[in-house]
Structure formats: structure tokens, C-alpha cells
Design a protein around this ligand. Structure first.
Ligand code: GCW
Length: 707
């Protein structure tokens, strides 16, 4: 072989081996621990798997890929369970019927029954359950768990576990920071990109069972036949992974693509149009999941354009989709330009009176907080306030206000904080999680969704650690009792390595990252003070936008006396929308946890905080603590150089430097601006701003992504 060819070949292989992040948490690298490897080899030496469905084929394929990588042997499959070491079978006779009962439709059981030799049994009531069991089994191996005596019973706590893509048909992604949309609408339906399959594998591996393909700021074109054929192609490829597709419905579609004069939900022609449209969709995609709707919000059309209510709109669609057993997910993210009331209160005011009027196949999807995916937000007062309506959770996985594509921010602590909050709706302990999973009010229909952070970047999420947020969303939708720590550890072990010291270091880095971000962006309950439009970086001075509640000045209310939004009875009284016991936590300025202080109170610059510092000093301290913690993250990351592949090490190193710079930018811009009100110096022990306030105000980012 010529030297040139050899070099090319070498280069090719080194490329293939490179950790570009494409493999996500499904890397399946060889088990390094020799003893474990021997056990795994023995336990998987022969595998029986019964059934022929496409779901079973996918499970087999994943075992093949997984075991080939992890133990280095292509598994031998048979349908004869008696002698196999690993027996994968629906409704296994080795497992008592009562145990199967608790698994429901999608759960699984992995057990080493003491009798009948020593096989491992993976069983479930459905093929989808088996697939989840297989993914879990592979996760056990990847995270190097003992599989000597297994007894795992796992069933999802939520019925609907969805990704919401805010992807447009032109492949731009609203609030997307990882390139363009992974859906290549132009080449669909003929061309099935391998990425679609790998997306389905990763998504199914964490238990997600539905994907809304399109942006909630919807385009009716996706409901036209040529596009529905493209949607069908995706649905056909996702079905074997237990993933249903959903679409966003533009409320004015009957006018825009149906030629009608109105989209009034009480108009019989409009109703017929939707019925026919849904028949068409279900003819192509018999298991189509349903429609997600953003209506009368931020300029989107909706039933209120015809003086009808949100329930009128949702019920009209729900009726049209009901014969197909589909559902309608109606978003509660509404606030109106005309209403002078605190935006915090508007969704509650609008939706609570509608409780009990929605059809049984409607869920109302509520963002975790009442404003908008802020770094820290109290839970949305709607949770617990609409007992007759299933409320679905909407988390943001893409990091619109949370560092976009440049900051390492692990979001599981944010998700958990909300899910574990006590609404007191049915007495102490009625957590948001219990409202959302349906247990508080016995809703069989229930679910959790996350706005996807996925794009066509080689590593899917832009920032390599963005993958952890996609992972965490799925794991928490499956089991919201998992801790942020457990999820981080699982993810690290699969995505980096099982080296105990590395796992510890990376966990610490991830688990502290959300609090750092809160400190350098929005400490002490500040919120919505980012720059206009693209929302990249700070913009607390912005006060000239048409709608009052789009202005940061509306939220922080800084003046010569102090700063913060008074939402108590002497202010907007948003607190009155919470259960009195929940409100009691925040109501009293003396006891209000300081992380929510300026969210609920207007506080004097000289107020003495728990630390003994004045509010102004505390603000300076927090912003600096945020920056310092990013400096610490950089230092700790650099120590890991020998333990992490070169490619990702370097990528994250650069991104952390960027994050450090941006954290300083947030700190300096915000402190300089708030200083114009506090009229006090930034204490000398802190690094002083590098530029003037005018400089920060002059910065422009016309092409910032995601806008
Ligand atoms: O957070 C805001 C975003 C919008 C988004 C909207 C929503 C899809 O800035 O880009 O629109 O929320 O959730 O509807």
C-alpha cells in the first residue's frame, strides 16, 4: 500500500474514533473492568427474544450494537428461551402475573428469578415495554452495574413523555442553538437520514414516547398533503421505537389552506374542515399522537379572534380528533397586550374559570413558571388550581434564557425544584409532580414535555453538555423521583467514562452549574432582564418596547428606593393565586427565601440581608460569586485533561472560557445599570467593570441564533 493511502486510511480511522459527540449516551464502549466484562459476557452468551414486530426487531438490533461494543461479541439469538442466559419475552411465565400487572402498558421488569437456573429475564406487557427494558439493561452494563441479582420493576410515571421541537419548515429553529432543524423537509419523504433513526434510538432509550415535530408558532403548510406525507415518513420510522408524532396546529389553517372565510371554532364549516383534515392525517398515520396548539399568544391566531374561549377552540379540535383516539394539547402560555395586569397573573385569570369545561381528550400544557423559563422561577400558580383538567408540564430544554448554546448549565436541578414544589392543593405534599403525573386528581391522561435543544450540529445539541439536559428530561418524565445527582451520574458514565474520580468531578461541575448561572444572570429573584429579541446577554435597561411586559424594566422595577416586583397584596397580588400555604412561604419579606426575594418584593437598596450585607452589597456579591464559580468550573475542567478525549475536552474548554467572559458581561452590565439607581459603589474587593454602561448598551447582535 502506498504511504499516501495508508495515511488516508489512518486519518479515516482516527476520525471514526473521534469523540465528536454524535453517539450521545449510546456510545457502548468496551467494558474496561475485566471481571465485570467476564460476567457480562457470560450473562449475555445466549439470548432468547420472542416476537417479530418491528419493535422487537429494533430491540434486537440495539442489543447487537450495544453488546458488540460493550463486550465485543455479537450476540447469538434464539427463540428457545429455556436455555438462554438472557430471556426477553412478553408476559414471561417465569414472572408472577401480579408483578406484571404493576408494569402497565409500557413498564418493564428485569429479574434474575432464583429458580430455573440463573437466567436474567426481561419482561413486559407489550413489545414497547420490552424495548424500554432492553435499553435499561444496556444502561446497566454501560454504567457498569452488577447484574448478578437483578430485580428491577420500572413503569413510567407519566403517560405522555414528549419532545416539543420548535422547528420551522425552512429548517430554522426558534430558540435553537445547535444548528438547523434535523428534519430535512425538502428531501422527505424519499430520503430517510440516518439521523432520524439515531434520534429515535436516543429518544426511546430515555423513555420519550412522542415528538411534536413543528414550532408552536405554527405554519399551516405542514397540514397540507405533501407535508403530511413527509410527516408520515417520519412517523413510520419512529413507530418501531414507540415514538408517536404530533404536529402543531395553526388555528387559522381553515382560512389559510382550507379556503374558508373564518376559523371560528363554532362555525360548522370550520368544524367539518378540521374533521376532514384529521381523517386525512389518520389515514396516513393511524397512530398519530395529536395536536399541540399555541393560540392567542404572542400574535398567534386563536378562538378569541372570534370572541370564543380557549375551551371553545380546544374542544372543537378535540371533538374532531376524538374518533381517532387522538389528543389536543392546548398551551396556557398566554398574556395579552391589552391587559394592564401583571403578566404573572394572566394565564391563571384566563384558564382557571375554564376548569371543567375541556373535553376529556384535552390537556392544558403549562410552563414550569408563570413568566417564561427563567433561570429561577416559582412554580406556575396554575398547578393545583385546575383539578378537573389534566395539566401537562412544559420545561425548556433548549437554553433560551439559560445560557443558550454557550453555557454549561445542567437543568435537572431546575426541573426537580419545580416538580418537588408543594402546591398544597390537596394538603401538604401535593407537589407539582403529583399534579402533573395525574395522581393528585386521578387523571389518566397526563404528561411532561420539554422544548427540544436538538439541531443538526454533529453532536446534536451544540454544547456537549446540552445532551445531559435532553437525557434528564426523558429520565424525569419516566420517573420524576430520580434525583438530579443520579441522572447526572448515569449520563456521565455513559457519555464519558466510568472512572469514579471523573464521575465525581463532572457531577460536581454539572450540579453546581445551574446555581452559578442564576447568580451571574438573575440573582435574588431578578428575572426577564435579558436583551431584546434574541435574548442573548443582558439588557436590564430596555424599556422602550411596545408591549410593557416585554420590557426588562417592567420586571425589575429598579428606582432610587430599591428593586424588585411587589407581587404581594400591596402590589400586583400575584401571590393570591397560590394556595395560602404556598403563598405564605414567599409573602412575608422577612421570611421570603432570598432566592425569590425580588420576584415577590420591592426591596430597599439598604435592606439588611441574612448575610448581614445590604441588598446592594448582596447583589454585588452574588454577581461576583457567579463569575467566580465559572472560573472554578474552568479550573476544574482543566484538571481533567488526561481523562477526557481531546476533542470534547478542547470543545468544553473553549466554551467555558466563553461562558466566563459572558458571565462577566452579565455581571458588569447589570451592576453598572443598577448602580445608576442604588448610587452606591461596587465594593472595592470585587473586580470592577471593564467597560462603561454605555458600552454594554451599545452592543448589538443582529445575527444571534435562535431568534
Ligand atoms: O419564551 C418565549 C420565546 C418564544 C416562544 C414563546 C412560547 C415559540 O421567546 O420564542 O415562541 O416563548 O413559548 O410560545
Amino acid at each position: 500500500m502506498r504511504i499516501f493511502q495508508l495515511l488516508t486510511l489512518l486519518l479515516f480511522f482516527s476520525d471514526v474514533q473521534a469523540e465528536d459527540g454524535y453517539r450521545l449516551w449510546l456510545r457502548y464502549d468496551r467494558i474496561s473492568d475485566k471481571k465485570l466484562l467476564a460476567t457480562y459476557l457470560q450473562k449475555t452468551a445466549s439470548i432468547s427474544i420472542t416476537g417479530h414486530s418491528t419493535v422487537i426487531q429494533v430491540a434486537r438490533k440495539e442489543l447487537e450494537i450495544g453488546l458488540k461494543g460493550l463486550v465485543g461479541v455479537k450476540p447469538k439469538f434464539s427463540t428457545q428461551s429455556a436455555s438462554a442466559n438472557l430471556q426477553i419475552e412478553k408476559v414471561s411465565r417465569l414472572i408472577p402475573a401480579a408483578d406484571l400487572l404493576q408494569l402497565g402498558e409500557e413498564g418493564f421488569l428485569i429479574r434474575t428469578p432464583h429458580y430455573s437456573g440463573n437466567p436474567i429475564v426481561i419482561t413486559a406487557n407489550s413489545d414497547r415495554g420490552l424495548l424500554y427494558g432492553v435499553f435499561h439493561f444496556l444502561r446497566l452494563l454501560q454504567t457498569q452495574q452488577s447484574i448478578a441479582q437483578l430485580n428491577i420493576v420500572s413503569a413510567p410515571k407519566m403517560k405522555l413523555r414528549l419532545l416539543n421541537h420548535w422547528d420551522n419548515l425552512d429548517r430554522t429553529v426558534e430558540r435553537g442553538y445547535a444548528g438547523f432543524s434535523i428534519w430535512n423537509w425538502h428531501t422527505l419523504p424519499d430520503y430517510i437520514d440516518q439521523r432520524y433513526i439515531d434520534y429515535a434510538r436516543a429518544t426511546a432509550s430515555i423513555g420519550i414516547n412522542g415528538t411534536v415535530l413543528t414550532n408552536v408558532n405554527a405554519n399551516a403548510t405542514v397540514l397540507t398533503l405533501p407535508y403530511l406525507q413527509k410527516v408520515k415518513a417520519l412517523a413510520d420510522n419512529f413507530r418501531p421505537y414507540g415514538i408517536k408524532v404530533y404536529l402543531t396546529a395553526r388555528f387559522s389553517a381553515p382560512k389559510e389552506i382550507g379556503g374558508l372565510k373564518t376559523a371560528d371554532p363554532l362555525d360548522s364549516q370550520v368544524q367539518d374542515w378540521w374533521k376532514k383534515k384529521l381523517n386525512e392525517i389518520y389515514t396516513l398515520i393511524p397512530d398519530f399522537g395529536g395536536l399541540l396548539v399555541k393560540a392567542n399568544s404572542e400574535g398567534q391566531p386563536g378562538p378569541q379572534d372570534y370572541k370564543r374561549s380557549h375551551a371553545d377552540g380546544a374542544n372543537m379540535l378535540a371533538e374532531a380528533i376524538a374518533p381517532h383516539k387522538g389528543i389536543v394539547i392546548w398551551r396556557a402560555f398566554v398574556y395579552s397586550a391589552e391587559l394592564p395586569d401583571d403578566r404573572h397573573k394572566q394565564a391563571f385569570t384566563e384558564f382557571v374559570p375554564l376548569d371543567g369545561t375541556f373535553r376529556s381528550n384535552v390537556l392544558v400544557q403549562v410552563k414550569n413558571g408563570a413568566i417564561d423559563f427563567m433561570p429561577r422561577e416559582p412554580f406556575h400558580p396554575l398547578f393545583g388550581a385546575m383539578p378537573k383538567t389534566p395539566l401537562m408540564m412544559e420545561f425548556q430544554v433548549t437554553q433560551e434564557y439559560l445560557g443558550q448554546g454557550t453555557h454549561l448549565v445542567y437543568l435537572a436541578p431546575l426541573f426537580k425544584e419545580c416538580l418537588d414544589s408543594d402546591t398544597y392543593a390537596k394538603g401538604k405534599g401535593t407537589t407539582v409532580a403529583k399534579i402533573v403525573d395525574g395522581t393528585a386528581d386521578q387523571h389518566e391522561l397526563n404528561g411532561l414535555a420539554g422544548v427540544a435543544n436538538i439541531g443538526n450540529d454533529i453532536n446534536w445539541t451544540g454544547h456537549p453538555f446540552g445532551q445531559a439536559n435532553w437525557y434528564a428530561l426523558g429520565r424525569l418524565a419516566w420517573d420524576h423521583q430520580l434525583s438530579a445527582e443520579t441522572i447526572a451520574e448515569e449520563w456521565i458514565r455513559q457519555s464519558f467514562s466510568n472512572d469514579a474520580a471523573l464521575v465525581k468531578e463532572l457531577s460536581q461541575l454539572m450540579l453546581s452549574s445551574r446555581e452559578s448561572m442564576v447568580n451571574y444572570m438573575n440573582p435574588i429573584g431578578l428575572h426577564h432582564i435579558m436583551a431584546t429579541g434574541h435574548h442573548y446577554g443582558p439588557g436590564p435597561w430596555v424599556g422602550n418596547l411596545n408591549r410593557p411586559e416585554w420590557n426588562p424594566t417592567y420586571y425589575h422595577r429598579a428606582d432610587s428606593v430599591g428593586i424588585g416586583f411587589n407581587r404581594t397584596a400591596t402590589g400586583s397580588n400575584a401571590l393570591s393565586q397560590y394556595h395560602p400555604q404556598a403563598a405564605a412561604v414567599w409573602k412575608d419579606p422577612v421570611n421570603c427565601p432570598e432566592e425569590y426575594f425580588l420576584w415577590f418584593h420591592h426591596v430597599s437598596w439598604n435592606h439588611k440581608m441574612k448575610s448581614g450585607k445590604t441588598l446592594w452589597e448582596e447583589l454585588c456579591y452574588r454577581y461576583n460569586a457567579g463569575v467566580d464559580s465559572v472560573a472554578m468550573m474552568r479550573k476544574n475542567w482543566n484538571k481533567l485533561e488526561k481523562k477526557i478525549d481531546e476533542q470534547r475536552f478542547d470543545q468544553v474548554k473553549q466554551l467555558l472560557a466563553l461562558q466566563h467572559r459572558e458571565a462577566k458581561w452579565w455581571r458588569d452590565a447589570c451592576l453598572l445599570y443598577f448602580q445608576t439607581f442604588s448610587r452606591q459603589p461596587i465594593p472595592a474587593q470585587y473586580e470592577q467593570p471593564a467597560h462603561t454602561l454605555d458600552y454594554y448598551k451599545s452592543l448589538r447582535f443582529p445575527y444571534a441564533p435562535g431568534n
